[in-house]
Design a protein around this ligand. Structure first.
Ligand code: PLP
Length: 451
């Protein structure tokens, strides 16, 4: 090729962008899909091909890709006041309003909000808050963090240490003091003859044994996603959060709900913790909080943690932590508009209305000989591919069946995500039943082609 010959988008993408979370052999073989615009739940590539995005971007684009109200909220705020932080005794009016709104929609009677740019940073921030409290309250040894295997909490050094995925070992993570207990996936980890209730009790005992072994006064907090998301959409086993919270309460350990995926409607309630009937001590939020139209995250503290952190900060005059764009007024304006769309604009109602159709479609696909189970909550679900349905024998891990299914779907104009041996679906909240039908038809066609 001549040096001045036009190069494809594909080769330009690969030449100058360093990929993360991307299967490089697959990109080498298939190239990169370069996207230019979106319409509702669809995105379009440089060749004009249309894809239904059953992943809502990365769980976040819940209002689709061209919602005028979100673009207008951002534009209006850019025109009015484009940027500020939430420190040094100053913050924007939008930040004030969003904090009030977040506390109002939270499960807490009162509370406080701290802003970040992402979910990872919000988890990091919460861990630093817990470490800060330990030091301030005369318990500097209270630093250990417990999470679950298969959980996903982010990519910063701390949030990746919390994440229960083996791939983080390439970074030498987890850092010391980050402990993992069992995943509440009954179908996969329940033992022969064990009831779901007994499985839940086994996990609660494991947690308690871990706390006792490590020393209860060394544990700073327990973090859990109401439904594990990037670990393959794993809802809790029956009674899980009630059993876990009883153990944590016995030892005075806060329960932090990482609601980055579940928060703002995904499971059919504002919070996943509502769907699974527990009230945490604090909430980690991001993603749908701005419907993906601005990068933003938040720690929403319940009343007790808010008060203790306030006291500890006043004792040394400040909480020494924050990001340049914490509480960015454009992000806050977008978030206020997104929350309004979800709660008052019919999006949450639509999640509830679509859930039976979503569940029926998942159940039908789970009838396939190579789908071991489907699982999910609200508008998030996963189909687990297995080699042998009766014995639940997985495909060999080097045989990425889910990757092949997802690639075939891409060919058919459907974006869906392979996660381990599962295919994950979490369509935007603005979908109609016919969008779901299109999604399931394309996925069924891909399954027929792959198996
Ligand atoms: N927590 C959960 C439950 C997530 O699913 C994610 C991202 O997918 C994160 C935290 C990290 O958020 P971010 O990618 O915005 O840093």
């Amino acid at each position: 090729m001549r040096d001045d010959a036009p190069r494809s988008w594909d080769s330009r993408a690969e030449a100058a962008t360093f990929y993360g979370f991307t299967d490089l052999p697959s990109v080498a073989q298939r190239g990169t899909v370069v996207l230019t615009h979106g319409e509702g739940p669809y995105v379009f590539d440089t060749a004009g091909k249309r894809y239904f995005d059953s992943n809502s971007g990365l769980w976040n684009m819940v209002a689709g890709f061209d919602h005028p109200k979100l673009a207008e909220a951002a534009k209006a705020q850019y025109d009015r006041f484009p940027g500020y932080h939430a420190f040094f005794g100053r913050m924007s009016d939008q930040t004030v309003m969003l904090s009030e709104r977040l506390v109002e929609v939270s499960p807490f009677a009162s509370g406080k909000v701290f802003y970040t740019n992402s979910g990872s940073e919000a988890n990091d921030t919460m861990v630093k808050m817990l470490w800060f409290l330990g030091g301030a309250e005369g318990q500097p040894q209270r630093r250990k963090i417990i999470t679950r295997w298969n959980s996903y909490h982010g990519v910063t050094a701390v949030s990746a240490s919390m994440t229960g995925k083996p791939y983080n070992s390439v970074f030498g993570l987890p850092l010391p003091g980050f402990l993992h207990v069992g995943s509440p996936h009954y179908w996969r980890f329940g033992q022969e003859g064990e009831t779901e209730e007994a499985f839940t009790q086994r996990l609660a005992h494991e947690l308690e044994a871990t706390i006792i072994k490590e020393g209860p006064d060394t544990i700073a907090g327990f973090f859990a996603e109401p439904v594990i998301g990037a670990g393959g959409v794993i809802p809790p086993s029956k009674g899980y959060f009630q059993a876990i919270q009883a153990v944590l309460k016995r030892y005075g350990i806060p329960l932090i709900a990482d609601e980055v995926i579940c928060g703002f409607g995904r499971t059919g309630n504002v919070w996943g913790s509502q769907t699974f009937d527990f009230v945490p001590d604090a909430i980690i939020a991001s993603k749908a909080m701005t419907a993906g139209y601005f990068p933003m995250g938040a720690v929403v503290l319940g009343p007790e943690l808010a008060q203790r952190l306030q006291n500890a900060s006043e004792a040394i005059e400040e909480f020494p932590h924050g990001f340049t764009a914490s509480g960015h007024p454009v992000g806050c304006a977008v978030s206020l508009a997104a929350i309004d769309l979800i709660l008052n604009g019919g999006l949450l109602d639509n999640v509830r209305a679509l859930t039976p159709r979503f569940e029926a479609g998942m159940a039908e696909l789970a009838g396939h000989a190579n789908i071991g189970e489907w699982r999910g909550a609200g508008l998030m679900g996963a189909l687990e591919a297995v080699q042998d349905k009766a014995t639940k024998t997985p495909f060999a891990s080097n045989l990425s069946v889910s990757e092949r299914i997802a690639n075939t779907c891409t060919d058919h104009g459907l974006i869906c995500r392979p996660l381990g041996q599962s295919i994950v679906l979490c369509p935007p909240f603005i979908c109609t039943e016919s969008h779901l039908d299109e999604m399931f038809e394309k996925l069924a066609a891909a399954l027929r082609q792959v198996f």
